[in-house]
Design a protein around this ligand. Structure first.
Ligand code: ZN
Length: 743
């Protein structure tokens, strides 16, 4: 390929990749798969490697830069970076408006000109982005490579590269400086880290004619807002653009990051806001890149002629910056409050965290005129949602065993309302976190609930500590299976050590879960709406450790969990309550005693009539029951001798579980004292239906064929039972014959 064609291909690839970035991050749409996009990026990367002279700093392949920095450079903000005053109630919002209105008339504006722009307030980390077109001027010569320190002009010429004119309408702004808020006057230069955030454009394509050709939405906006179109058509006169906004971590990315930390046995992150801030303010861009951060723009600092804050939002979107999707132009505080409530209702379902609504005077001139008091502008306010943080007392610190056997400490709390739900448990993550917080039983703690993230203890109020506050120690033996606990130390790249504790019984976590899955399965308790996923969530949050705990769950405990709005919490409690009375055979089956399947459970229920009688039965007595041999008898006998199982039975009793003692009496006695064995597939009904028919007619079902078996019902592809029936001379019924006799 000659160089000209390589260059063209590189430019086209960059354009295409930027097109999809715009589509995905700004317009929230996707045309091609992530894999296809990765393939384009790969091709670009290969070409750039082969022809480094064409590599530009704003290439989509250049998001993750070189080596970690020594420290951040300080940068002065062009315009002071303010923060916002808060309003926590409707009353405070009204007070703010009253103050504004007074000032507005003092400044000789018409109060009738006053309107507002409201937007959901992302809970992240504020940054400023400055784009410059550098040395390029309209009509200047472009070398195919935008000026860059690493660029070797001579080598390009030696390679015979042709200089190409730059189209005047296609000026690119590239990200020059990205900085933190700092104290509002000076921040830190975190450009390299911000470049890794894909929703931040590396360059702004301002050719709006081309943009509106590519995206219908943009065309519609430009038609609807001719003023916006007008500023953008003269944007090439501007040499610098500054945009401010929020870097945040989506909930999904947060949960994934914590899963990853847990897997590695490293400390988990407390909340998405802290991890976003920490990721931007650390020195290695590769780490930032791995955190899947996102960006929302909320302020266009540069004056392009815009008159309202609403116009700023539109311009920023057109220039390639995502803005928060929940916004509203409001005429008065009533409309603001309505919008605030609406956002509040949608909050849980949003893929990112928000902590309120920002209201800004829409008219830019009035906003400017009102100025700044302290660190915050008068013309804007953050109307916060009820606190997601509160204080309560740690009643106890318990240990929960995860699927991989890892032990996680969980604080049980004096119940407390946070953001409209009652919280009774909070994760303490691991022993490092407990040491860092120095949290003890009896302590007054700060508990935070961030979105659907599990509530966490984030601080201890030491001065409120009682004298008898108890320090936590990891148990020496697993609270679930009593196996010894082992300690595993690991170090990450920064040589930070962390300690994790595991149950030495490899199957511990999994086995306990399996037991619970069995307990709620169809032939056991069959609780509607309670599946393995919910069981996992309940174990994870420390709400249940064993099957009996299911019956002491409270609606308020479920509500804070992921997926549990108030409605589904009460639904689940209702379906648990429905199963507070259970047939004895189902109960026996649900206990998961080794070798005791559904049929054996029915036989045991019939023969013993109560769980107490079964408990007292000797192996000899058990063996007298048809189909129960020595191994099964021993397994049942031993189950009832195990201390943990006895405790479990006691817990069921305490939880108010009632067992229906009378066995279901069959309506007819056609098959009285007759024993059936089923083998093969039946066409007319499922196995369970067939068994039901036999039982209804007074017959019994057995799992294995012996001399005492009366009938073997053989469907398609019968198994060994068929051969046994032949051997013992047991009567074999075809499906048709069986259908005839049950008629
Ligand atoms: Zn264990």
């Amino acid at each position: 390929m000659d160089k000209k064609r390589v260059f063209d291909r590189i430019e086209k690839l960059k354009k295409e990749i930027n097109y999809h970035r715009y589509l995905y991050h700004v317009l929230d749409k996707q045309e091609i798969s992530d894999a296809a996009l990765d393939s384009l990026k790969n091709e670009l990367m290969k070409l750039e490697k082969q022809f480094p002279e064409f590599l530009t700093p704003d290439s989509p392949t250049q998001r993750v830069g070189g080596n970690p920095l020594e420290k951040f450079r300080k940068v002065a903000h062009t315009v002071r970076m303010t923060s916002l005053n808060d309003a926590f109630s409707e009353e405070e919002l009204h007070e703010w408006e009253t103050r504004i209105k007074k000032l507005v008339s003092d400044f000789k504006f018409h109060v009738s000109e006053l309107d507002y722009f409201a937007e959901a307030k992302g809970d992240g980390f504020a940054v400023s982005l400055i784009y410059k077109n550098g040395v390029f001027k309209t009509g200047s010569i472009r070398l195919g490579v935008r000026q860059h320190a690493n660029y070797d002009n001579n080598s390009l010429k030696q390679n015979g590269f042709r200089l190409m004119p730059l189209e005047s309408s296609n000026i690119l702004f590239k990200l020059l400086t990205g900085s933190t808020r700092g104290d509002g006057i000076t921040g830190e230069d975190v450009t390299e880290n911000l470049k890794t955030v894909e929703s931040i454009p590396l360059s702004i394509q301002k050719n709006i004619v081309e943009l509106s050709k590519k995206h219908k939405e943009i065309k519609i906006i430009l038609e609807k807002y001719p003023r916006v179109k007008q500023f953008l058509s003269s944007i090439h006169k501007i040499t610098e653009i500054e945009v401010r906004g929020e870097v945040y971590m989506p909930k999904d990315a947060f949960n994934a990051a914590n899963k990853e930390q847990k897997k590695k046995g490293l400390p988990v992150f407390a909340n998405p806001r802290n991890i976003a801030a920490g990721s931007i303010r650390q020195l290695n861009p590769k780490i930032t890149a791995s955190r899947n951060l996102e960006f929302f723009a909320w302020d266009l600092v540069t004056n392009l002629g815009q008159e309202t804050h609403e116009e700023e939002h539109l311009i920023m979107r057109i220039l390639g910056f995502p803005t928060v999707p929940l916004t509203k132009h409001c005429k008065n505080t009533n409309e603001i409050i309505e919008f605030w409530k609406e956002v509040g209702r949608k909050r849980e379902k949003l893929p990112f965290l928000i902590d309120g609504v920002v209201i800004q005077i829409n008219n830019g001139k009035i906003f400017e005129k009102l100025g700044i008091v302290g660190k915050a502008p008068r013309g804007a306010i953050a109307f916060k949602f009820p606190a997601e943080e509160t204080t309560t007392i740690v009643k106890n610190i318990i240990v929960q065993v995860g699927r991989t056997g890892v032990l996680t400490p969980v604080a049980t709390l004096k119940p407390v309302r946070i953001g409209g739900v009652t919280v009774t448990h909070a994760t303490l993550h691991n022993i490092d976190e407990i040491r860092r917080l120095d949290v003890r039983t009896g302590d007054t703690v700060i508990v935070e609930r961030a979105g659907d993230v599990i509530p966490a203890v984030t601080g201890v109020l030491r001065r409120l500590r009682p004298k008898n506050a108890k320090e936590f120690h990891m148990p020496l033996h697993c609270p679930v299976c009593n196996s010894p606990v082992k300690k595993i130390e690991s170090a990450d790249k920064k040589q930070e050590f962390s300690v994790a504790y595991y149950c030495s019984n490899k199957n511990c976590g999994a086995v306990e879960r399996e037991k619970l899955y069995h307990f709620i399965s169809k032939k056991a308790f069959d609780i509607q709406g309670l599946g393995p996923k919910i069981i996992d969530a309940l174990i994870e949050s420390g709400l249940i450790k064993n099957a009996a705990d299911i019956f002491t769950l409270k609606k308020e405990e479920l509500e804070p969990l992921e997926r549990f709005a108030e409605k589904s919490a009460s639904k689940l409690i209702a379906s648990i309550n429905q199963k507070r009375t259970i047939e004895l055979n189902r109960f026996i089956y649900s206990l998961g005693i080794h070798h005791v399947g559904e049929e054996t459970a029915i036989d045991l229920a019939k023969n013993f009539g109560s769980i107490n009688a079964l408990n007292l039965a000797s192996p000899e007595k058990l063996e007298k029951i048809r189909d129960i041999g020595g191994v099964v008898a021993k397994s049942i006998y031993n189950w009832f001798r195990d201390k943990k199982n006895r405790e479990l039975l006691n817990r069921f009793k305490k939880a108010g579980l009632k067992i229906k003692i009378e066995s279901q009496k069959p309506k007819k006695h056609k098959f009285k004292d007759k024993t059936f064995v089923l083998t093969g597939e039946l066409e007319s009904f499922t196995r369970d239906e067939a068994k039901g028919k036999i039982r209804n007619l007074g017959g019994e079902i057995s799992e294995s064929v012996n001399k005492k078996t009366d009938y073997v019902v053989a469907g398609e592809n019968p198994g060994l039972k068929y051969n046994k029936a032949m051997k013992f001379g047991v009567k074999i019924l075809s499906e048709e014959e069986f259908l005839n006799i049950i008629k």
